[in-house]
Design a protein around this ligand. Structure first.
Ligand SMILES: Cc1cc2nc3c(=O)[nH]c(=O)nc-3n(C[C@H](O)[C@H](O)[C@H](O)COP(=O)(O)OP(=O)(O)OC[C@H]3O[C@@H](n4cnc5c(N)ncnc54)[C@H](O)[C@@H]3O)c2cc1C
Length: 417
């Protein structure tokens, strides 16, 4: 901005949501701000979701770096990597980092993500008990696999199963401990979860289902995981993948209203109009998301407002999930639980490992679970998002886009003739 002093934008948290917001902002208003970024991790930005292929020996850390230090330098962004913001002084509009660095802001963007939930059980601080969130955790798992054999992963959700698959590929004997009867129960119904479990068992992963971890035991490092029902499993490494907790400590300290995440409105603004929040740390219309698609939607809207265009609104995101385990074809989107007023269309060929379930409510597709054949996942997802009537496709919907649309076209021709 020639002639006028640029405004100061400070971003706290150098992860996927924050950096996407910066990209969107630079595309809209490259000269509007002097930008300073604080990142607790000592790197540029990386594709966190690709940590799983790294752990599975399918990619390297270098492959997943999306924004190296040069990216920031070339755009005049001051990156303070390896520094954690410990205080926001809203009165003086400045932030303070753990090394004493103080930076003033006109606008502040919170993008602090989440921290893994650590089960509050005795022994959770033993050597060899870790979580799965960042490059450091992946390096620890890979080093541990060089020296030890037995791994236990607590949590049979997306993250836990990807950790288990990676550790198996690292040569460890892996047991997944899961609290419920069904793996990934938030994304899969019992049939799809069962197919997934059978496939992973065939790959050599063991499961302790409906197991409530009561204690982790060991002398110098972890040795055993004990469950409430008396079962035990030996472990040299325990990976906690039992959920995430939004990082809101600094926001709370600054007096910003928080529930699970920092509360934001449809423009991603917190209760302080100078402070925005995006990503897993933010709570929008009651939801703190844990997948990247919504965070990218949020980043676009937030950038629009930081650029002072002021026209975009974020109204929420329908979620879809895939599991990054080679050999597993799995897709889940929307609300697949069914219930009152819903119809379920089901295709089931268990010996071929194929299962599809579509949930319909008021002639609209509201949820889909696909296992074994996920080719039509993106189409079903489009139908869920568009929320239009699928009445004319209903009979053939379960057989996929090609078949359903062909049949529909044939019927229309027949009717017209
Ligand atoms: C192994 C793994 C696999 C995943 N797979 C998928 C997937 O397949 N699909 C999908 O949609 N999602 C997946 N996710 C989730 C996805 O990675 C997250 O939703 C996304 O990274 C969240 O982005 P974020 O910017 O909000 O948080 P993050 O990417 O975590 O970034 C937040 C950053 O802020 C830093 N920070 C926190 N507090 C401070 C502070 N006070 N000062 C400075 N820095 C701070 C943190 O260290 C971190 O670097 C996966 C996650 C993991 C861990």
């Amino acid at each position: 901005m020639q002639g006028a002093a640029r405004k100061k934008l400070v971003m706290v948290g150098n992860g996927m949501a924050g950096v996407r917001t910066l990209e969107e902002l630079l595309a809209l208003a490259p000269d509007q701000y002097d930008i300073t970024v604080f990142g607790a991790e000592p790197y540029g930005n990386y594709n966190r979701i690709m940590l799983s292929p790294v752990l599975a020996n399918e990619m390297t850390i270098d492959d997943i770096i999306t924004h190296d230090f040069d990216w920031y330098r070339e755009r005049g962004i001051r990156l303070l990597a390896g520094r954690t913001v410990v205080e926001i002084d809203r009165h003086r509009q400045r932030v303070i980092a753990d090394d004493g660095t103080v930076v003033e802001y006109d606008r502040l963007l919170m993008a602090t993500g989440s921290t893994p939930f650590i089960l509050p059980v005795p022994g959770n601080d033993l050597e060899g008990v870790i979580s799965y969130r960042d490059i450091h955790d992946v390096n620890t798992m890979m080093e541990t696999a060089q020296r030890f054999k037995k791994a236990v992963v607590i949590g049979g959700g997306l993250l836990g199963l990807e950790a288990a698959n990676g550790l198996k590929n690292q040569g460890m004997d892996v047991t997944v401990v899961h609290i419920s009867k069904t793996l990934m129960e938030r994304q899969l119904d019992a049939v799809a979860g069962g197919l997934l479990q059978t496939y992973l068992e065939d790959q050599g992963i063991q499961f302790a289902m409906e197991a409530f971890t009561a204690e982790i035991k060991g002398r110098d490092r972890v040795e055993t995981v004990c469950f409430k029902d008396g079962r035990e499993v030996e472990a040299d490494l325990v990976v906690m993948a039992a959920g995430i907790v939004p990082n809101v400590a600094v926001a709370k300290q600054a007096g910003l209203p928080c529930e699970r995440g920092v509360l934001v409105n449809d423009t991603l603004q917190t209760y302080d109009p100078k402070i925005y929040a995006v990503g897993e740390c933010a709570q929008h219309r009651g939801i703190a998301y844990g997948l990247v698609a919504p965070l990218f939607d949020q980043g676009k809207v937030c950038a629009n407002h930081l650029a002072e265009h002021g026209i975009a609104r974020y109204e929420g995101t329908v979620l879809s999930t895939k599991l990054k385990v080679t050999g597993v074809k799995l897709f889940s989107a929307g609300d697949f639980s069914g219930g009152d007023g819903c119809d379920e269309l089901i295709y089931k060929d268990i010996s071929q490992g194929v299962y599809k379930k579509l949930v319909i409510k008021d002639d609209r597709l509201v949820g889909a679970v696909l296992y074994g054949d996920t080719q039509d996942g993106p189409w079903y997802f489009e139908l869920i998002q568009s929320a239009g009537s699928v009445a004319s496709l209903r009979q053939d919907l379960i057989f996929g886009r090609e078949f359903a649309q062909e049949e529909n076209a044939t019927e229309n021709i027949a009717e017209a003739a």
